[in-house]
Design a protein around this ligand. Structure first.
Ligand SMILES: [Zn+2]
Length: 414
């Protein structure tokens, strides 16, 4: 894409009321537009990142047998009254129609997915069942100060699974856990899994997937020798204690950000809707339900917070809006600009996702803006490159500069 055609522009300043680093950077770089506290629109660059994160999540959910659907976000209040959520969930957005009928905006979809599953899972032969969606969610947050990491409206992948037994849920939870860890790794993050309290959602327990980052909202204790990890809020352990799991190392404390969660919901929701299936003995039985969330927009925010440097955003290649930022230092009509044009066309033909800065602007300004955008590789076409046929390729994350010929650029994996 030609940057001269991109309708968003780099801004010098973020809105004065925006305190979160992720939102400040994303607004300045034109990835998102702030509508109000905790509510953002996603512009072309931002949507490209979201779409790539969604593709990773979708692939891993499909691989473990999840079936994607799209659920309503405008919910009948009756469903929430049945489960106790209408009065019990303080962040639930409630809407009154002019007909005086009441509705909820989905902050989670148990109230919708349970009746759907009830309709189709009548027998043990229909279980286990895992249904997921990627869609909008709403939370009536009192304060929304974390940018896209905790919004009043956000995009979430939520999956719900239905099982004959606790053992089957436990087995599936392990499968989901591995899929989640794969997702985070592909997004350039290393996540740890904690055991935490279930909060308002659950009558049982939950797991949280945490990424170590100073921007995090939680404190965790973790062991460097094994996978043990606990949220300080619910743990009796302290920093410096010997790891209760492996006994080999002392527990360390760190700030962390939640990037996913799993709730063992037990039979709460099926019971609320009178959902039973016919078990192997021919008797009605109530399924065990699990809920598995990944905040898609939140994950994007965590990546920004975790990887940004003093110059701007640093995207991992897997979720970057473009793989290459091609920068022309020529002026319209000159030899350098013609060279950059032809390299751009060749890159597009080679299937490289490239943002081409073909604008007439000073080199210093272009480089500063390129750093802010955070595209993994920058290729610079200037007078030297055009003369020598060797282009400067700069790695955004490390700052490493390599000289490459056009052929090397066009066949990156050769
Ligand atoms: Zn340990």
């Amino acid at each position: 894409m030609r940057q001269s055609k991109l309708f968003t522009k780099i801004r010098r300043e973020a809105p004065a009321d925006e305190v979160a680093k992720n939102a400040q950077l994303l607004i300045r770089a034109g990835f998102v537009h702030k509508e109000m506290a905790g509510v953002y629109s996603y512009l072309p660059l931002g949507l490209r990142v979201l779409t790539r994160i969604e593709a990773i999540v979708r692939k891993e959910m499909d691989a473990i047998g999840g079936q994607e659907i799209q659920m309503a976000t405008l919910h009948p209040s009756e469903n929430w009254k049945k489960t106790g959520g209408w009065d019990g969930v303080d962040v639930l957005f409630k809407i009154q129609s002019r007909t005086e009928k009441e509705y909820a905006l989905g902050q989670s979809e148990e109230e919708i997915v349970t009746p759907i599953a009830q309709e189709y899972a009548a027998s043990y032969k229909d279980l286990p069942l895992a249904i997921y969606q990627i869609g909008q969610k709403y939370r009536d947050e009192l304060r929304a100060k974390s940018g896209i990491m905790r919004g009043r409206e956000f995009t979430m992948k939520d999956m719900y699974s239905f099982h004959e037994s606790q053992e089957d849920f436990d087995r599936f939870y392990e499968t989901v856990k591995q899929a989640y860890l794969k997702i985070y790794a592909q997004a350039g993050l290393t996540a740890k899994v904690t055991e935490a309290s279930g909060g308002a959602f659950s009558e049982k327990f939950s797991y949280e997937f945490m990424v170590l980052t100073d921007a995090g909202e939680d404190d965790i204790l973790y062991c460097e020798a094994c996978t043990h990890c606990a949220n300080v809020e619910v743990s009796k352990e302290k920093e410096g204690d010997t790891c209760p799991k492996c006994g080999k190392s002392k527990l360390k404390k760190a700030r962390a950000s939640e990037v996913g969660n799993v709730f063992d919901l037990g039979q709460k929701y099926p019971k609320a809707f009178g959902f039973t299936y016919m078990d192997k003995e021919g008797k009605p039985n109530t399924p065990i339900v699990g809920c598995y969330g990944i905040g898609i927009t939140r994950l994007m925010g965590v990546v920004v917070e975790k990887m940004a440097d003093e110059k701007g955003i640093v995207w991992p290649e897997s979720i970057a809006p473009f793989g290459v930022h091609l920068i022309s230092l020529g002026k319209a009509g000159d030899e350098v600009s013609a060279d950059a044009d032809s390299l751009y066309e060749d890159l597009v033909k080679a299937g490289v996702e490239v943002l081409y800065d073909d604008r007439d602007a000073r080199a210093g300004e272009k480089f500063a803006e390129s750093d802010l955008l955070g595209i993994p590789k920058r290729i610079v076409v200037g007078r030297d490159a055009t003369a020598s046929g060797e282009f400067e390729v700069v790695d955004r994350a490390t700052g490493t500069v390599e000289k490459k010929s056009r052929a090397e650029i066009l066949t990156p994996n050769a």
